[in-house]
Design a protein around this ligand. Structure first.
Ligand SMILES: Cc1cc2nc3c(=O)[nH]c(=O)nc-3n(C[C@H](O)[C@H](O)[C@H](O)COP(=O)(O)OP(=O)(O)OC[C@H]3O[C@@H](n4cnc5c(N)ncnc54)[C@H](O)[C@@H]3O)c2cc1C
Length: 292
């Protein structure tokens, strides 16, 4: 492949470096592009810049990291070029058409697919290859050519997540609630148990969609991936997209009145019952044992 353009979120970012190593396997001429960190993130505008650079330089492939931003920007690139995009690839096998292996279903399966399109647009799955410094990184300021429409969706303000105590991603104990919790107020029993165990509160997407908890608490394919010593799933059915986020847990305790719920297939410990009775009972027992 003549030239490969790498979209680097930041030149020092490990996943962008991995994408660079991945892209290096596609051709001999590699151009890595990182955007000025002072620029507001604007996916369509950044994509427009990449499209213009790719066209100017005759790129045969445009590669990015398989991160939220990498996938978003390259999806815009593909749409602007009217080409397909292969996300989260672990392998590219050259040929006509090119064959890619990519992760699907939150990493639960690998798919082999042929990509008919030029330039090739793809993102590299995290940790598919070891990172190495990007040799030549050009810092690009978002091109003035990007239209107002391209800049319409952009970051205008950053508000740090209001977090108390241990973070979800690092917690040794995660007490997570699903639709079965029933309401935002219902989470008080989940919060109480998490606090007693020095853990963090998580939730399913049904909960964030209902507005009961912020998205930062969501565990799953489109949320945080957790790997605690124990994951306590309360009122969660065990959908594939949720399990993609907690399959790294060493142990899983599921509390659900439906003995047929699929979460029990992944559980080490099961309590078939109503979380509103079971969770306060666990908290009360902990208090009793501790004498508090
Ligand atoms: C592209 C895509 C990405 C997605 N990403 C995510 C993601 O990142 N994270 C995620 O979680 N989901 C994700 N989803 C949604 C996912 O498919 C499920 O819809 C969601 O996980 C269901 O949440 P839930 O288990 O809380 O709700 P439900 O599936 O409705 O399950 C609720 C459970 O609560 C139980 N219950 C009811 N009452 C009680 C009670 N009193 N005590 C105890 N248990 C009770 C019920 O028996 C049931 O099993 C995604 C979906 C798509 C299509």
């Amino acid at each position: 492949m003549a030239l490969t353009l790498v979209f680097a979120e930041a030149e020092t970012d490990e996943l962008s470096q991995q994408a660079g190593v991945f892209a290096a396997g596609l051709g001999d001429d590699l151009h890595a592009v990182a955007f000025d960190p002072a620029e507001a993130y604007a996916p369509a505008a950044w994509a427009q810049t990449l499209v213009e650079l790719a066209q100017e330089r005759g790129a045969g492939a445009i590669v990015g990291p398989g991160t939220d931003r990498g996938n978003e920007v390259l999806a815009h690139v593909a749409a602007k070029l009217d080409q397909p995009m292969a996300a989260n690839c672990t392998q590219v096998i050259p040929g006509d058409p090119v064959t890619v292996v990519r992760t699907r279903w939150g990493g639960s399966l690998l798919e082999e697919a042929q990509v008919h399109g030029s330039p090739l647009v793809l993102t590299a799955a995290a940790h598919a290859v070891a990172a190495a410094p990007l040799a030549e990184v050009e810092i690009v300021t978002v091109a003035a050519a990007a239209t107002e429409l391209d800049r319409m969706v952009r970051v205008v303000e950053r508000i740090p997540a209001a977090s108390a105590g241990v973070s979800l991603a690092d917690a040794d104990v995660v007490v997570s609630g699903g639709r079965g919790v029933g309401s935002a107020e219902g989470f008080s029993v989940i919060e109480e148990l998490a606090a007693l165990l020095g853990g963090a509160v998580g939730c399913s997407r049904a909960v964030t969609s209902a507005g009961w908890r912020p998205h930062t608490d969501q565990v799953g394919q489109t949320g945080t991936k957790v790997s605690p010593e124990i994951y306590i799933a309360c009122g969660i059915s065990g959908a594939t997209q949720h399990m993609a986020g907690c399959k790294g847990a060493k142990r899983l305790l599921a509390i659900n009145p439906d003995g047929e719920a699929s979460i029990f297939a992944s559980a080490d410990y099961a309590v078939i019952g109503d979380l509103h009775a079971v969770v306060p009972a666990i908290s009360a027992e902990i208090r009793k044992v501790r004498g508090t």
